[in-house]
Ligand binder design. Sequence first.
Ligand SMILES: [Zn+2]
Length: 462
Amino acid sequence: MKTTARRGYVVLLLVLAVAVGMSVLAVRFATNGEKWATLRANEHLNENGSFIAAGNITDRNGELLAYTENEKRIYSDSERVRRSTLHIVGDTEGYIASGVQTAYKTRLTGYNPVTGIYSLKKHGRGNDVILTIDSQVSAVAYDKLNGRKGVVAAYNYKTGELLCSVSSPNYDIENKPSAEEINNNKDGKYEGVYLNRLIDGLYTPGSTFKIITTASAIENISDISSWKYTCKGEMLVNGVKVTCPRVHGEMDFEECFANSCNCAYAQLALKTGKENIIATAEEFGFGQTFDFGNSQTKASILDLSQADDGDLAWAGVGQYNTLVNPYHMLTVLGAVANDGTAVLPYTVASVTTPSGYVVEETTAQTRAYISAEIADAVKSMMRNNVKIKYGDGNFEGLSMCGKTGTAEISDNQTPHSWFMGFSDNPQCPVAIVVVVENGGWGSSAALPVASDVMEAIYKSLA
Ligand SMILES: [Zn+2]
């Protein structure tokens, strides 16, 4: 994420640092030296790590998500909002490393290595951080996950603003479970609770990977539009059996995608070729990391170096050793929706002084993945999926484009349920990724979550 400092303001601060700041510091150090000595790294933290004079964190509508009163950090009065924004707002102890309270700690506390405590001295508190997140939409996403582990993230693919990012498991920051409870919980209730699964998660993609296979087939098979395939429910590749949940029969390319036919996509992967599949995945950002606050996302991994034809067949279906990161998958959707170029999601809109002066503002970055022609062809097939399979009734008024996934992870575990999609309605240029861990079918667990969250977003933008 690239942030732009307002040069004029920086210069002003430098002048003040010389003319006023140093003498103020000297005087204050003499009078408050003892108190400051208890502050960790002189960043206005007390011994417990709570921010004694930190600024506010607000959502995109100005709703307070965190603020300090009487030297105590206070969070939203809604538990749903506190839980759903936990990983974005973060904690004051730094367990949630990618959270804003850790990543933007020096801004929030008003500490500046050059100017010392200027902001705190002048305003009585540090800077405010304004997020792109909509806390009410986040609360809806939290409700719909209903305690299941996973991720719900949605962003404006034209501007890069992250509107919702809910990671589960989470906890209520106002009633944090004890370390004992978190670390020794036998049923895995708090597994990876400090991680924001949007940026730290790596999941088997299942059929959502067919978006990549589809793009590669369009790019590399010249007669793909007249290609047909007859599914018999299973096929053998190099002694490896690829199976479908049912016999799909004869289909054209678009129907193979809509039916998510594994046999057809195994055949397509072989026909497209290993090198071409790898090249398309790399174009789409596989192997790349992205900056998020002071953290970096996990890179999605497609490693076909040891793959024979049987492995390649399953890779085309999203079931080889491939692992994908949900933030990266949002950018894949962003590129398909936006003529091949992804605007990268970010969550801090700006940092301002308490009087509203903008100290820094985020400028969205972009990455060009694929051509507009390929993007449009994939988009039209994803639109067809919703029209003929998932139902426009689940996404009223949104011209939704999408792909479900049911990612097999091991023989004795229920698959992860995926939905990836975006609205093609210019009034709601929003892409969404939902992963419900061990949720079962993509259409039965993740899709209904996406449906309700997209509806909430559409209403919020109206
Ligand atoms: Zn099939």
